[in-house]
Design a protein around this ligand. Structure first.
Ligand SMILES: C[S@@+](CC[C@H](N)C(=O)[O-])C[C@H]1O[C@@H](n2cnc3c(N)ncnc32)[C@H](O)[C@@H]1O
Ligand code: SF4
Length: 362
């Protein structure tokens, strides 16, 4: 079973920190026509699919007909399982009750809201178009129309957000009904307005220590709320983990359609053009994955989440990990453990996972 990602590169406005392939202008009809052609021409047509993810950009800003049509083309050209997890990313201000009801009616099973913060001043500073009230209402609407799988994104390390404020936002989201939270550290990307602000005022952002403290308090808060940290930055009630993202982390095949979308299929990875022009021209960057890349990815991704990686698969690719001295030491110290032929990270060490991964690479 494979996963399908669909990129929707439209946004109402550009947030000060965002470096994603998303644009305020662009002709939606032309884009979705091109998306249909890409789906119809795909060489992997007919594959069995059990997760579909509409991400962005902001899929909830486009006319819902385009989402329904695209889902229809995917169903027509692939063998989509009845119980598939189908997610759509929504911004709270563009997710009305009617729109969410429509998403349910076309078989979408999961919504992911870009909340980022529940402080109105912070949201305004970030250039977000919603406020706290709209964020909570959107979650409640999603519950009302029958979504049982609701996620929210919260950014860690934002200016003027203390650790206690972050934890209180997480609790409010849980109280409102989310079953999943993704929480990534703020990345200051070159070329964004935030980057310029930080260059002019280096005191703007919290220190690394403050960010680490905020994150560890968030982990504790969410654990107390009954959420499991199933990946470094992802938390869910049992059974509400993102099946789609777990596919990426376990190294399964997936296809990405749309501008800037990446696909990985067997030994090949390709990424579509990152501008409308290059995407419409069918430009792609293609990479062949050798054994070394595969080994590194399996270890890196497997140790970012609770799935781990299969020792046998790494050995088949030509790397005898058990002969690595660091491997034995980490096992003895309980930093990693073996269960049914798989190597897992002890969740207590998620925060230093990069150092552990470096020690295990060939
Ligand atoms: C690219 S956005 C798309 C979803 C939606 N448009 C939104 O803004 O919520 C997906 C998620 O990436 C995260 N994100 C985007 N830029 C980020 C940055 N510079 N640092 C940390 N997280 C970021 C945010 O949490 C966001 O919800
Ligand atoms: S709404 Fe999301 S995708 Fe669009 S600019 Fe803001 S962060 Fe980027």
């Amino acid at each position: 079973m494979i996963g399908i990602y669909v990129h929707v590169p439209f946004c109402e406005s550009k947030c000060i920190y965002c470096d994603f392939a998303s644009f305020v202008c662009g002709e939606q009809k032309i884009y979705f026509d091109c998306l249909r052609q890409e789906i119809e021409k795909c060489e992997q047509k007919g594959q069995k699919v059990d997760t579909i993810y509409f991400g962005g950009g902001t899929p909830s800003v486009v006319c819902e007909k385009y989402i329904a049509d695209t889902l229809g083309y995917i169903r027509k050209n692939f063998d989509v399982s009845k119980n598939s997890e189908i997610t759509i990313e929504c911004n709270p201000n563009s997710a009305s009750l009617e729109k969410l009801k429509f998403y349910r009616s076309i078989g979408i099973t999961r919504v992911s809201f870009g909340v980022q913060s529940l402080n109105d001043k912070v949201l305004k500073f970030l250039g977000r178009k919603h406020n706290k009230k709209e964020a909570i209402s959107a979650i409640q609407y999603a519950k009302k129309v029958g979504f049982e799988n609701i996620s929210a994104d919260l950014i860690v390390g934002l200016p003027n957000v203390s650790s206690s404020m972050l934890c209180s936002h997480a609790k409010k989201l849980v109280d409102a009904g989310v079953t999943h939270i993704s929480s990534y550290m703020l990345q200051v990307e070159e070329g964004t307005p935030l980057f310029k602000m930080c260059t002019e005022n280096p005191q703007l952002l919290p220190s690394e220590e403050e960010c680490a403290e905020s994150f560890s308090k968030l982990v504790k808060t969410l654990q107390q709320c009954g959420f499991v940290q199933y990946e470094v930055s992802n938390f869910a009630r049992e059974g509400n983990e993102s099946k789609h993202n777990l596919k990426y982390w376990s190294g399964e095949n997936y296809l990405g359609f749309g501008l800037s979308a990446t696909s990985t299929f067997d030994n090949k990875r390709w990424t579509n053009g990152k501008t409308f022009k290059s995407y419409y021209n069918g430009e792609r960057e293609v990479e062949l994955l050798g054994n070394r890349e595969k080994i590194e990815e399996k270890i890196m991704l497997g140790l970012r989440c609770y799935l781990g990686f299969k020792l046998e698969e790494i050995e088949k690719l030509g790397y005898k990990l058990t002969s690595n001295k660091n491997f034995q030491t980490l096992l003895e110290k309980g930093v990693i453990y073996e269960s049914e032929g798989k190597i897992h990270i002890n969740p207590k060490f998620y925060s230093v996972n990069n150092q552990i991964i470096t020690k295990l690479l060939p």
